[in-house]
Design a protein around this ligand. Sequence first.
Ligand code: ATP
Length: 436
Amino acid sequence: MSLPRRLARELKALDGETVRIGGHLEDYRALGGVAFAVVRDGSGSTQVTLKKGVADPALFALFETTPRESVVEVEGVARRSEKSNRGVELFPTAVRVVTAAEVPLPLGVVDKVGADLDTRLNHRVLDLRKPAVRAVFELRAAVLDGFRAAFRSLGFVEVETPKILRQGAEGGATLFPVDYFGGRAFLAQSPQLYKQMLMAADFERVFEIAPAFRAEPSDTIRHITEFSSLDGEMAFIDSAEDLRVTLEEAVARTIAHARTRLTETGNPLVPKLADPPRPFPRIPFATVSEWLGRPGAEIDLGTEDEKRLGEIVQQKLGVPLYYITDFPTSIKAGTFYARRQDANPALTEYFDLGFSGIEIASGGPREHRVDRLLANMASAGVDPASFAGYLEAFRFGMPPHGGWGFGIDRFTWMLAGVPNIRETRLFPRDRYRLEP
Ligand code: ATP
């Protein structure tokens, strides 16, 4: 088998040529005078057709005894064909079993009956072979590409900040401690403090796509303990609106980019990638409270509230993506770096971005004046001594700035329309899962 390996999607253009393919043996069926094998690779699958009296009898026997999902290589002649729904058939002259799969498979790859998510995640490699599952990761890759392209063209530079920290941005409750040469360190729950420090270092506009770790014991469909955060930070902003306009632009460009990319490969998720109506509505928190039937209340939104809000926004405004603005200071009290409104310190300038009832991002202008920052720390009960490196960045000239944290997993999840955020990560980590 010395021919170069071809992919399933290339074969249609290779009519009449002798080619070699390699992939997983998905299926084999013998029907009297003819037998069909299906070999799947990363680009799709190929129908291999064996005709009695034409194909070597040994090939029938080989396919018959080879377990499903084994890796096989097939050499043969590609022929365009109306009979195959792939538009091409491969007539084999040689077949090699590269590695045989064990029997039985713990998870069927082509089963019509869906296995439960736990079983799927326990045998994730087999699960990832399913084209519908693969489609989600193709979307995820396009989302990452789309954001990188969008932010670069908006003048942002990509950065990488430390993930091993002495101190977290928000209290210790959701930090994973790690043993650091006999001392204690933590896994970063967000790049918050570092991206802000870069604003004092003339970086102007930065973004980072990196893992964030949350030691939240919650067991929900939208929380995982390791997620990918898309963080942005911008210097010399005039208001929260500068941040919202930029984030909205990047989100819209990313959806358009993903649609183009996925259309090229025939991904079934394309219909979910319609351009969102813009501008995204800006709904003050006070209005949200009213809509949820508790006017004037300053209670943070729970899962059920967020879900109902998503429905109300869809009903009233007919859009999936919306900002909730002007979060009350009482709700953001622990977020000491969130800037309070000068005209009304009972409100912050903070906002969330919602997507059909799920919070996918949150951010706002930060407090850049060190005296006010220290006052916020004091009222949040945070010891400034633990933030010496961060605070130093404010002492020698810090411009007004702001930014956001945006969950790549939640965004991909909402775009793909799969039931659980875990399905957007290759090997998800949660309260109960550290393997595979
Ligand atoms: P929530 O209130 O939903 O728990 P949060 O307020 O802790 O989220 P932030 O700290 O503001 O979230 O993080 C910014 C973004 O990061 C969120 O909008 C979300 O998209 C993402 N995110 C936060 N925590 C998680 C998590 N445990 N799993 C997945 N994504 C997360």
